[in-house]
Write a protein of this length. Structure first.
Lengths: 391, 449
């Protein structure tokens, strides 16, 4: 026992935690400052007046009061993006290839997790479960989603990518797009076969929907309670646990060393006695598992899922991976958090700041604009200075 | 080896009168079958595949040209007017063939994977949808609140002008979108073009406020059809009235006209593509596709050439967009989803990127699979569902089968399978381009990679 405890590399456990806290706080403070400055400027203009007539508060107060909620929402979705982005970035790290089907692997994870819970629900187990049991069932669902998604990712790699490994760059990408489309309809087929409907609703159980009240205040005449739903806490905590575990796996274990070696150079790694194919499969397994867990967490947070649920989160996570510097794991964390934050801030404040002309419906293309800007001005990403540009 | 196997079986007649006879026989057989049973899908397939025979067998060029003209200009319109569903299929094939040929310039020649190709199609469609409808006068109204007696902005004649205008507008859009992103490496470019495709769709969905440009998700309708002289209907009736068997109405004639317009665009694209392929630009594209670094070293202006490919491809999509808006008289953002882009891409990949006959074959195959096979299965399934039939062994009544299992809704499955299988087993496509063929041959001579 003592030897085991001694073998744990504590700094590697603490470092990602520190990074996560730093990234979260940093992006919150930075974006809040921008939002507040904008609010102060716009307060004097017609934008502020319109809001004052409607809600009887100044734009500045409105922005300030909403800030904590927006930051928490942004953080929640940011961690989900980070977990998916790690799947893209790990595969890119070892194969230099965009696994376009990762978004569907995420969707499969979500569906398997939700189906497990629905199955439990039909047997009436969920309805009278205690709080503790509710959490155990949730963990069960997450594990189920992880296993299914991880297995699927490995299978997809074996069938659709491995035969193409030495082909030109675009060939496996096109195959991956094919896999993505195929999987969307396969999910739909399987789900429709059983009930005739392809949407699934996350069953309500446990205390996930209740909120932890952080503070109460009044804005003008309307009282505002500041809270954080338990869902969000679960999402953030489980994402943090996974990210720390992954970081430990890659940076402090022998397998992680092998992964890093394969990422640097396939032939040399195999000369050192590393089974390259096995490591690539393992990378897909780990990335798929993270994606699957993120899928279940996404379903928990947004309740309703359909077979095409993976498309936008997948694209945004890819954007996050590129934003942070693709192939760089810390970068994926940073990119995910920053993107989630940016998107939530834009979605919440753009409508007010532009007097309803451009509201949260532009949230989705906001991510693309960031992707394009990053690729034009800093193609190696925020943290990707060490990634060599191989043509 | 599959190819040698097939050639052994068919024993392609190379010379003499036989190929001519086979081509004529196939064409006459197809026409006859369709004429006897105008509702049979199989008969229609026989007729359509006669194009393949025409392409496959070696015959006198002039003979081929005449047969091709007879098939496309006389037989298909007449057959189509007899059964309007065929004309719809033929029109769709020609629209997608034109789109696929346009995308082929970008993907097949220049090697740039464009996943948002439909964006340019949307630009063309919305161009005519805005100017050829009442939308200009609807600008200040929220969707659904406009008065009903608004005039049209432009007369139907302007349609023909807009087909040319779309070339420039779409090419300009292509250049604007391409300038920032064409410096990127191939796989990044794919994702960014995908993003652009989505941006255009989201814009079309949301530009109904503050000014109502696109009427949001409801889409713009009615859009004007181009004017067609009554004389055209009369001439068609006089020429083919006897064969068709009933009086042809202007509405039918419109379908024929759109088919002919699409055909004209295809001919222009094929002409331009072939000319470009043999020109300095075409060779520059090939060089870029094969090795960017080497191409730069050879002094090829990389970004300029890529932009040219992007703009040429975009302009054709723009023209087809105008055509679509005119023929459908209704445009909504749904017609320009990511799936459409992938559908067109799968046509290019299936047929063989860089190969003109291949891409046309790919477009025809995918469209027929989509419109006839999948929908035929759907029809069959819905008939089964209404009957009392039961699946024997597992004792499952067809009537209980979910309507979600409608095969016509599973296009993604089809596209996905095409992309994966082609990439793994035949990356050069069904009819590889001449250049690819030569490369593969020399590869095999050297003993592969």
């Amino acid at each position: 026992m003592k030897r085991f405890l001694k073998s744990i590399n504590v700094p590697e456990l603490l470092r990602p935690l520190g990074q996560l806290i730093f990234f979260s706080l940093g992006s919150t403070i930075f974006l809040s400052a921008i939002a507040l400055v904008l609010a102060l400027i716009l307060d004097r203009t017609v934008v502020g007046q319109t809001l004052f007539e409607r809600l009887n508060v100044s734009l500045y107060t409105y922005t300030l009061v909403n800030l904590p909620q927006v930051a928490i929402d942004g953080l929640t979705i940011g961690f989900v993006y980070a977990a998916i982005a790690l799947g893209y970035t790990m595969v890119y790290g070892v194969l230099e290839f965009i696994n376009f089907a990762h978004s569907e692997i995420f969707a499969v994870g979500a569906f398997v997790g939700v189906e497990i819970l629905i199955a439990l629900d039909t047997f009436g187990i969920l309805a009278d479960a205690s709080i503790l049991m509710a959490y155990i069932y949730l963990i069960l669902a997450i594990l189920g989603g992880m296993l299914a998604a991880g297995g699927l990712a490995v299978a997809v790699e074996r069938v659709a990518y491995r035969p193409l490994r030495h082909a030109s760059r675009l060939v496996p990408l096109i195959s991956a797009i094919g896999v993505s489309f195929l999987l969307q309809d396969v999910i739909r087929l399987v789900e429709s076969l059983t009930t005739g409907q392809f949407n699934r609703i996350f069953p309500t159980f446990g205390n996930f929907d209740s909120r932890v009240i952080l503070a109460k205040m009044t804005m003008g005449t309307t009282p505002i309670t500041l809270g954080m739903s338990i869902k969000s806490i679960i999402v953030i905590v489980s994402a943090v646990l996974m990210l720390v575990a992954l970081n430990y796996l890659v940076n402090a274990t022998k397998i992680g060393k092998a992964i890093r070696a394969v990422a640097q150079d396939h032939p040399t790694a195999s000369l050192m006695g590393i089974d390259v194919n096995r490591i690539i499969s393992l990378t897909f397994l780990v990335g798929g598992m993270l994606g699957g867990a993120a899928g279940v967490l996404y379903a928990l947070k947004f309740t309703r899922i359909d077979p095409f649920v993976g498309f936008f989160p997948g694209l945004k996570a890819f954007t996050a991976a590129v934003l942070g510097g693709i192939g760089n794991m810390t970068g994926a964390l940073l990119g995910g958090i920053v993107l989630g934050m940016l998107e939530t801030f834009a979605g919440s404040y753009m409508g007010v700041f532009t007097m309803g002309a451009a509201g949260s419906e532009y949230k989705d293309i906001f991510a693309f604009s960031i992707l394009i800007l990053v690729l034009i001005f800093r193609p190696q990403g925020l943290m990707g200075a060490n990634v060599a540009q191989k043509a | 080896m599959v190819p040698t196997f097939w050639t052994d079986i068919i024993k392609k007649p190379e010379q003499g009168i036989y190929p001519h006879i086979i081509i004529l026989a196939h064409m006459i057989l197809g026409t006859g079958l369709v004429y006897i049973s105008p509702r049979s899908n199989l008969a229609f397939l026989v007729l359509i595949t006669s194009f393949f025979t025409l392409y496959y067998f070696k015959a006198d060029q002039r003979f081929k040209l005449i047969v091709g003209v007879v098939l496309t200009l006389f037989i298909l319109p007449v057959v189509g007017v007899r059964n309007i569903f065929y004309l719809e299929v033929i029109f769709q094939i020609s629209v997608f063939a034109a789109l696929a040929l346009g995308l082929n310039i970008v993907v097949g020649f220049a090697g740039l994977l464009d996943l948002g190709y439909v964006a340019f199609y949307a630009v063309g469609a919305y161009l005519w949808a805005f100017f050829g409808s009442q939308q200009y006068y609807v600008l200040p109204f929220a969707p659904g609140t406009q008065p009903s007696n608004l005039p049209f902005l432009l007369p139907g004649d302007a349609f023909y002008l807009f087909m040319f205008a779309a070339i420039f507008v779409a090419a300009l859009t292509g250049i604007l979108l391409g300038t920032p992103v064409l410096r990127l490496r191939g796989d990044y470019l794919a994702i960014v073009t995908l993003g652009f495709g989505e941006v255009i769709r989201v814009l079309a969905n949301n530009l109904d406020k503050p000014l109502n440009f696109t009427n949001g998700p409801q889409g713009i309708t009615p859009i004007q059809r181009p004017t067609m002289p009554q004389a055209a209907v009369d001439v068609f009736n006089k020429l083919f009235g006897g064969v068709v068997g009933h009086e042809v109405s202007p509405a039918d004639m419109y379908n024929v006209m759109f088919y002919l317009l699409a055909l004209a665009v295809i001919i222009v694209i094929v002409f331009v593509t072939r000319r470009l392929d043999d020109s300095k630009i075409g060779r520059a594209w090939t060089a870029i596709r094969e090795d960017e670094t080497a191409a730069i070293a050879m002094g090829i202006p990389l970004v300029k050439m890529k932009l040219a490919a992007f703009a040429v491809g975009a302009s054709f999509a723009g023209v087809m967009g105008v055509l679509l808006a005119g023929s459908r008289t209704f445009i909504s953002p749904e017609s320009f989803s990511f799936m459409q882009s992938i559908g067109v891409l799968s046509m290019v990949i299936l047929g063989g990127s860089g190969s003109i006959p291949g891409v046309i074959l790919g477009a025809a195959t995918v469209t027929i699979l989509n419109l006839q096979v999948l929908q035929g299965l759907s029809l069959h399934l819905s008939q089964l569902r209404q009957s009392d039939a039961v699946i024997p062994i597992i004792n499952f009544a067809w009537a209980d089968l979910s309507t979600q299992l409608d095969p016509a809704k599973y296009q993604r499955l089809l596209f996905g399978l095409i992309l994966i299988l082609m990439m793994i087993f035949r990356p050069a496509g069904l009819i590889p381009s001449q250049r690819r063929k030569r490369e593969l041959a020399s590869d095999e001579a050297e003993g592969g990679e």
